[in-house]
Design a protein around this ligand. Structure first.
Ligand SMILES: [Fe+2]
Length: 293
């Protein structure tokens, strides 16, 4: 078997607004438009990833939160409706997802070998979280690649960001080892935005873009600092300032998705390609990818 490889990793934020703006047949609410810059950014990302001819998407999501340990979807198919708990008016998505259980089990085993607590999630009625669904849909709307779905643990709350990052560093190593043993070409997705302070009220027309801007300038400055490091190929430095970034911007980086992905990719020094930056209800979102080939 040929040696497997992580061919790319993408920061793939999951605001349900982006799926709402796309109007795919799976989503019940319909929009007129909205968040075009970010949606076009995803279109640009898709073109880049499509050229890599990959086999599997491995996604780490803040919205599948397992307080203790890391869980992996361990059933081959899940089909149901996902309703966003905050935005049921925007996201009621009928999904039918195939999972690469073999690769998930392999990552779980490798992570356990490194001392992490892991569990294979075998509940056939489990409802897939909307973070996983939105990031995967925007990256691969054809849904023709199997998914490895990984939970985020509560290490940042139970301990602190530094402990969580150490755990995600090990999960990243385990992911890389399992992918190499699998012979498959994998794309990693870290499913979250950057700054995450947001508005508390919604306009009567949710896609009215005259209301859309960053929640405050401080958040914007932090987002630009992160993007500057991405563009400079300074991923190690980016991960080192992540605890401060997370505290100052209430970011979902406390989930460890970006920390996991950077570790799995060996902390790339190649500059990330930035496809788009834009806000969703005031949160900062970047669509970026690191190519490994
Ligand atoms: Fe979120």
């Amino acid at each position: 078997m040929a040696k497997g490889q992580i061919v790319a990793g993408a920061l793939a934020p999951h605001p349900p607004h982006l799926v709402y703006g796309e109007n795919p047949p799976q989503n019940e609410p319909k929009s007129e438009c909205g968040w075009e810059v970010l949606r076009w950014g995803y279109e640009s990302l898709r073109k880049k990833l499509d050229a890599l001819d990959y086999d599997v998407l491995i996604v780490h999501s803040p919205h599948w939160r397992t307080q203790v340990g890391t869980h992996f979807v361990g059933v081959p198919n899940l089909k149901s409706k996902s309703v966003d708990p905050i935005f049921p008016n925007l996201f009621r998505f009928n999904y039918d997802i195939n999972f690469d259980v073999e690769l998930a089990e392999s990552i779980s085993r490798e992570a356990a070998t490194l001392g992490l607590d892991t569990t294979m999630m075998k509940n056939p009625h489990y409802r897939v979280d909307y973070g996983t669904i939105v990031s995967c849909h925007m990256t691969r709307p054809a849904w023709d690649k199997p998914i490895v779905s990984i939970s985020s643990c509560g290490g940042a709350s139970y301990y602190n960001m530094h402990v969580m990052q150490t755990m995600m560093s090990e999960l990243g190593q385990a992911t890389r080892t399992a992918v190499e043993k699998s012979g498959k070409r994998a794309v990693l997705l870290a499913s979250h935005s950057l700054s995450h302070r947001h508005f508390r009220t919604e306009p009567s027309v949710p896609e009215d873009m005259s209301y859309e801007h960053i929640e405050n300038h401080n958040q914007y400055v932090w987002d630009m600092k992160m993007i500057e490091l991405m563009r400079a190929g300074k991923s190690k430095e980016m991960i080192e300032i992540l605890p401060d970034f997370t505290e100052q911007t209430a970011a979902e980086t406390d989930s460890g998705s970006l920390s996991w992905m950077m570790s799995a990719m060996g902390y790339p020094t190649r500059p990330a390609e930035i496809h788009a930056y834009g806000t969703v209800i005031g949160t900062g979102n970047v669509i970026a990818h690191w190519s490994a080939v």
